[in-house]
Design a protein around this ligand. Structure first.
Ligand SMILES: Cc1cc2nc3c(=O)[nH]c(=O)nc-3n(C[C@H](O)[C@H](O)[C@H](O)COP(=O)(O)OP(=O)(O)OC[C@H]3O[C@@H](n4cnc5c(N)ncnc54)[C@H](O)[C@@H]3O)c2cc1C
Length: 607
């Protein structure tokens, strides 16, 4: 599904981020790396071990620099528009088809050469001889980059506080127990076995010395320390995603649950069961029971709508078995500041989603049949510990609140924008807290050795939605350019320009692939990498009770679309989510979870 970056109140966000940076850092490191319930809190006086005295992380020895060592330009001259132009859509599709043929022929060649080498294992890869690529993050962008990259040409180190990939589109399902946490996560080491992974958070990137400062939380018993160390790079790939945007609204950070990480889903799932068990205790008044069983979902974008729908499925499908006497008290309130829901979808699909969300229920006897209430045009002014205050003065008592209202910048992204200055600062009116990149994912204002894609980046000339679809296509695109040996510093030997002043040229000794020939024909330029072009495969959203929305765009101008709702949409939704899992293991586990939930209900034990 498609999400738009929501930076409407940028001033507030920046202010909030300044205030929250330190707290965020500790939360990020501690929260992500130590997800076990018994995780001790990090003491305020942590030991910051100097880089030199840290137990050395397994970083390789220095390797020769990449093909064209660049000098950092203070500002790059603009790339000629003729080299940036998009391919006409039919030719772009032809290029994609050629790409598939290229891949098939490459796999066949590899297979044949494996057979002819009489099953001999390839020689072990040498460290210190290949350019060092450091990837920050293990999300959608990083996963597709790592799965596609030929690691025989590069020495790859991945740094992230999370040692797994998370299939975010099914996080809402995990938060109510439709699928289990481990079914939608995959160890990053499985995505590409030929790389080194460091479980740490990158805190700064020095583009001059080409080093990355990292921090890692190490806990022993009840005390935790933060170890810091430095990692050198030849190419750094920043794909660290986005943070939750609270728009500076008081009480959101303290009282709302977010839905970004697996730890959030776990917390929400526990809290839902908690609300039911609390409401079941003796001595509560009717009003207290109703408040405890009011679930407030703030934000009616795809995340909010999908969570509200999954929660309602839980109430309708499992409530009658476990809590029949409590069901008349249950309310799901979806609060949205704008006048509609699911902004990326067409109006007819939005209406269908509203009808599905607010349909009468058959399990809530004596309550008029309403479980979900949609509050449109209802901006949140403040969230207190048990009541939400709306801008118009209304008060909504709640038992659990989930904030699903927008993306904001990560502290590292902001610090990089600050450190690069110049072109980055100039681009901020458009990029709004994201790293401005060119069409080849190179961070503007750098020498072409720092790349960014996914939610933390913004292609200024051609803005794209902040979605998994975009991030993973960008990751695959960039990995292919790396594997083909393009020179990202943009300096053709003899031309005399370095940095991001030209598209990455293909080495003159490399023969163009079929896809490159088609792209070259489409643009009239051969020898240079074509810029990233997004192939919109459509958007999906689950709307509850076995119905979903599917919107597939047939032409880039959005005029011709295929739309599906109800069970048809649901069929498409489930097949796409299943096919997009990153491994066969995930696919099987998700399938089993769906069957399990349907046959035996969701697991409500609070472990
Ligand atoms: C609940 C939910 C549902 C969604 N559903 C859909 C959907 O159906 N379809 C769709 O297209 N999109 C969906 N999205 C959006 C999608 O998840 C994002 O657009 C996508 O994850 C962006 O990918 P990314 O690689 O940029 O960042 P992420 O996937 O967020 O990954 C960021 C990675 O960086 C790591 N990291 C963070 N800070 C640092 C640091 N300082 N140093 C090192 N590593 C760091 C994180 O641990 C993480 O591994 C959904 C998002 C959510 C939250």
């Amino acid at each position: 599904m498609t999400y738009s970056y929501n930076y409407d109140e940028q001033d507030e966000i920046e202010h909030e981020n300044e205030d929250d940076q330190k707290e965020e850092k500790v939360k990020e490191i501690g929260g992500e790396q130590n997800e076990t319930p018994s995780t001790p809190s990090i003491p305020s006086t942590t030991t910051i071990t100097p880089a030199s005295s840290t137990p050395s992380p397994p970083i390789s020895s220095p390797s020769p620099p990449p093909p064209t060592p660049p000098t950092t330009p203070s500002s790059n001259p603009p790339i000629p528009p003729s080299l940036q132009k998009e391919r006409p859509y039919p030719l772009f599709l032809l290029e994609k088809a050629a790409d598939v043929l290229d891949e098939a022929s490459q796999s066949f060649t590899t297979f044949v050469s494996t057979l002819s080498s009489e099953n001999a294992l390839p020689p072990p890869l040498q460290t210190g001889t290949r350019p060092k690529v450091v990837v920050l993050g293990t999300g959608w962008g990083a996963a597709s980059y790592l799965k596609t990259l030929s690691t025989t040409s590069y020495e790859v180190t991945v740094i992230s506080p999370r040692n797994f990939f998370l299939f975010t589109p099914m996080l809402a399902g995990a938060a109510v127990g439709t699928v289990e946490y481990r079914s939608i996560t995959e160890a990053v080491r499985k995505l590409n076995s030929n790389m080194n992974f460091l479980e740490a958070t990158a805190t700064s990137v020095d583009t001059e010395s080409k080093t990355i400062e990292c921090e890692s939380v190490v806990c022993e018993g009840n005390s935790c320390t933060i170890d810091s160390f430095t990692v050198p790079y030849d190419y750094a790939i920043v794909t660290i995603g986005a943070a939750t945007n609270t728009f500076g609204i008081p009480g959101v950070r303290e009282n709302c649950n977010f839905l970004k990480q697996i730890s959030d889903a776990r917390r929400i799932r526990t809290s839902i069961v908690n609300c039911f068990e609390r409401a079941n205790l003796p001595g509560l008044t009717e009003t207290q029971k109703r408040a405890t069983l009011t679930f407030a979902v703030i934000g009616a974008g795809p995340t909010g709508v999908e969570f509200a729908s999954e929660l309602r499925d839980f109430v309708e499908q499992d409530g009658p078995v476990f809590y029949p006497h409590l069901l008349p008290y249950v309310r799901i309130k979806v609060i949205e500041a704008s006048s509609t829901i699911l902004a990326p979808f067409d109006k007819s699909l939005q209406e269908s989603a509203i009808a599905s969300l607010t349909r009468k229920t058959t399990v809530l006897e004596g309550s008029g049949g309403d479980i979900t209430e949609l509050l449109l045009d209802s901006g949140v002014a403040e969230v207190k510990s048990n009541v939400i205050l709306l801008n118009d003065g209304r008060e909504i008592p709640y038992g659990l609140s989930v904030w699903a209202a927008g993306n904001g910048p990560m502290p590292l992204t902001l610090s990089l924008i600050d450190a690069i200055g110049g072109e980055q600062k100039d681009a901020q009116p458009v990029a709004r807290g994201r790293l401005a990149v060119d069409g080849w994912c190179r961070v503007k204002g750098t020498d072409g050795t720092l790349m960014a894609f996914g939610d933390c980046s913004c292609q200024v000339e051609n803005q794209l939605p902040a979605t998994a679809q975009v991030a993973s296509q960008q990751g695959e695109y960039l990995a292919k350019l790396f594997s083909r040996g393009y020179d990202f510093t943009g300096g053709l030997p003899g031309v005399g320009v370095v940095g991001c002043s030209l598209p990455p040229p293909l080495s003159p000794s490399t023969t163009s692939s079929l896809a490159e020939k088609v792209a070259g024909f489409a643009t009239g330029n051969t020898g240079y990498a074509v810029p990233f072009q997004f192939l919109n495969l459509g958007i999906l959203a689950y709307t509850g009770a076995g119905s979903a929305l599917a919107q597939v765009q047939l032409t880039p101008d959005s005029k011709r679309k295929i739309k599906g709702t109800g069970q048809v949409g649901f069929g498409i939704w489930r097949s796409v989510y299943l096919s997009k899992q990153v491994s066969g293991r995930n696919r099987l586990l998700v399938l089993v979870d769906w069957v399990k939930a349907k046959s035996f209900g969701r697991d409500i034990t609070r472990l």
